[in-house]
Structure formats: C-alpha cells, structure tokens
Design a protein around this ligand. Structure first.
Ligand code: T4K
Length: 369
C-alpha cells in the first residue's frame, strides 16, 4: 500500500541493467549524434512497432513539429483540441492555423463525420490524436485524405506498441509520432519517434533533427537539434526488454479498476475495441454529475485529500489556452468541451498495487450520493 499515489510512475530497469548498458560509452566517448545505442534501439523498435521506417528524436513534440516541417504543411490543419498542448503547439509553431474538429463521444478521437465540412482550399493536413490509446477511424481518415489530397500525421503519443487489425498503429497515415517520455508506457527518459512511409520524408526529418545539415559543408534546411542521445537510447534498450511484462501488469491494474467501476450510474469507462491490441496507456473515467452524484472536480478533490493524484487530462482544451485567447470558438467543439469538464485519468502504472486500486475506487465510490 502506497501513501502517496501519483497519476503515473516511470518504468525503469534495474540500476545494474542500465549501468551495464551504458558502460561501453566510457570507452567510446560517443555520447550522441546517432551512436551505437541509437542505431540499436531504432532497429529494435522498427520490429517491435511493426513499421517499415522509423527515426528517433529527442521527444514526441519534436517528432510532431519536424514531421510537419518536413511535409511542408501550410495554411490550415484540421485537428482536435482534446489533447496535450504539444499537438496544437506543433501546428502553430509551423506557422499553420489549427482548425478544431470536434471529437466523438464514444472514444474521444476526431469525429470523422465532421472533418469534410472543415476542409477549405487552404487545408494541407489532418492531425488526429489516438487519445488514451484509442485508435482513430483510420480507414475513414484515409478515405478523406485521399479524396482531398491531404497529408495525415497521427499523434500516436499514447499508442506505443498498439496494433489495429494486426497492423502496427504507426503504419497508418503519412507519419505517426510517438512519445517515449518518462510518463509513457515505454520511455527513453525523454524521447520520441517518427514512423513513416516515404523514404524522402525520412531523409528530410533525419536532416532536420540535426540542424538541416546534409554533409560536412552543406546545410540545406533550417532545422533544429532533436537527436536522441546515447543515454536515452540505452534506457530505451533496457526498457524494451521488459515492456511486454509492464503492459501485462498495466492490463491487470485496469481490469481491477473495471471490476469496481463498471455498471456504476454516471461513470463512463474507456471503450474496448476488439480490433485493437492495447498497451493500456491511460485510464480515463467520465463523471456525469447528475447520474453519479458528484462532479469530476469533487472526485478529484476527494482523491487529492487522500494524496491520490488523478489528473484532468485533457482539461483545459487546447483551443481555450491563454496563449490563444480570443482566437478560437470553444463552442465549435461541444463534445470536447463536455468531456474535458468531466474526465479524470486515474493513476496507472505497472507497479501500482491492486490494493491501491481498491482504495482509489473506494474513495471514488464514497463520493457517490
Ligand atoms: N501528444 C500527446 C497526445 C501527448 O500526450 C504528449 C505528451 C505529446 C504529444 C508530447 O510528447 P513529449 O514531447 O512529452 O514526448 C506529461 C508528460 O510530460 C507528457 O509527455 C505527456 N504527453 C502528458 C500527457 O503528461 P505533465 O505536465 O502532466 O507531467 P508531470 O511532470 O506532471 O508528470 C506526471 C506524473 O508522472 C507525475 O505526477 C509523476 C510521474 N513522473 C513524472 C516525471 C516527469 C514520473 O514518474 N517520472 C518523471 O520523470 O505532462
């Protein structure tokens, strides 16, 4: 039993395993810029994620930002506001205008029935988010993108290792961007990756992550520095050895949550799609105050009083951020607004004790009047 429970806790290998993995770096003195650990991790992840092409980056955000730059996005980009700041910021930092599409109330991914009405002659891409590991309607998004000649960049930060109908989730769209942040199912401390179809795109991102340098005497693009260093890649190599075990433990934690919280009036649990192999990245619960008897904020406070740190991912919506004040109409995404006011993501990590899950659920159910 843990007295102070946070929303998640980083998975880590044993200290000995990590030290063993990095010890060679003291011989080589090669610490970053696509070294041996970077190459090894890239090769292993390509297999694990079942993708044709992959490149590693410093974090999931730079994966998004540099993908958009490499694809040369301009004008308007259709996306959802029910996400982490990163998705919207990457669009804006590329000089594009985010056009917010609502989400569907079932799995909180982009509402594909509303995309076409938002397309104009300025639209260059769709950036859907596989939020909480719920995979978007990839078939319909592909149909729309092909019809209008749009690029598709999936924010796949929450879907490490997931599969849809047996296909690696990173194989959909032009590009899928993963996050390997410390808080994710699989982490490289900080890290991320792009998975992609087109080899030319791969070359562009590879150069952009290293300042746009193409050779010792050629700089062809205004790039950034987004290379994964060797210590992060080494952490990834260690964590990858244990990730299946970790995912299985997360599955058991979620199963326990579901036992307690299923069939409770006013609680909506994340849907289960039989076509998806999940990695159990988040456990969101929607609290409908009238039916449940307590609001999301009341439940949040009750948990906090017991030193249990649930989080309001994703509240506020990105289209209501202070930095975008007055720019977007939040009422254009009513479902996202509704969900963001009612969602709580409950603590979830591989080593979360089932006793602690019982305690968290007791606190939640005690809020019910
Ligand atoms: N797209 C989406 C849809 C995303 O969700 C994210 C990131 C991105 C793109 C961008 O990917 P990255 O550039 O980050 O690779 C956290 C994460 O920092 C962020 O990666 C994640 N999404 C987001 C949903 O959550 P915060 O500000 O909530 O993190 P923080 O520091 O409050 O940490 C949450 C909990 O995690 C802590 O209470 C304890 C635990 N923790 C945290 C850290 C930093 C650890 O156990 N170890 C740690 O090292 O954003």
């Amino acid at each position: 039993m843990n007295n102070n429970i946070l929303v998640t806790r980083s998975s880590m290998p044993s200290k000995e395993e990590y030290i063993d993995e990095i010890s060679g770096l003291w011989d080589s003195h090669w610490l970053t810029n696509m070294g041996v650990k970077h190459k090894a991790l890239q090769a292993e992840l390509k297999e694990y994620l079942k993708v044709d092409n992959i490149d590693l980056l410093t974090n999931g955000h730079m994966a998004l930002e540099l993908s958009m730059q490499a694809l040369g996005l301009t004008g308007e980009v259709i996306t959802t506001p029910f996400t982490f700041a990163s998705t919207t910021h990457a669009i804006v930092r590329n000089g594009c205008m985010p056009v917010f599409c609502d989400i569907n109330p079932d799995d909180y991914t982009i509402d594909v029935s509303k995309i076409e009405s938002l397309i104009t002659d300025k639209t260059s891409a769709i950036v859907p988010v596989h939020v909480y590991g719920n995979i978007c309607d990839v078939e319909e998004i592909e149909r729309i993108a092909n019809k209008y000649g749009l690029k598709v960049i999936y924010d796949a930060a929450h879907t490490f290792g997931e599969e849809y109908k047996g296909r690696g989730v990173g194989s959909f769209g032009d590009v899928s961007c993963f996050s390997f942040h410390a808080t994710k199912v699989f982490n490289t401390i900080e890290g991320g990756a792009v998975c992609f179809k087109d080899k030319e795109f791969g070359e562009a991102v590879y150069n952009l992550k290293n300042f746009g340098i193409h050779g010792p005497e050629r700089v062809e693009a205004v790039g950034a520095n987004a290379k994964m260093n060797e210590f992060c890649a080494a952490m990834g190599l260690c964590n990858l050895r244990h990730v299946d075990e970790e995912i299985e433990k997360r599955r058991k934690v979620i199963e326990r949550y579901r036992e307690h919280l299923k069939n409770v009036d006013g609680l909506k649990l994340n849907p289960i799609n039989p076509d998806v192999k999940y990695s159990y990245s988040y456990f969101p619960v929607i609290f409908e105050e009238k039916e449940f008897g307590a609001s999301r904020n009341e439940v949040f406070d009750a948990l906090a009083a017991q030193r249990i740190g649930a989080r309001k991912y994703f509240y506020p919506l990105t289209n209501t951020f202070d930095c975008f004040h007055g720019m977007y109409d939040v009422n254009s995404t009513p479902v996202a607004l509704h969900m963001s006011k009612r969602v709580l993501t409950l603590p979830l990590y591989a080593d979360l004790a089932l006793d602690d899950v019982d305690r968290i659920c007791d606190v939640i159910l005690e809020c019910k009047q």
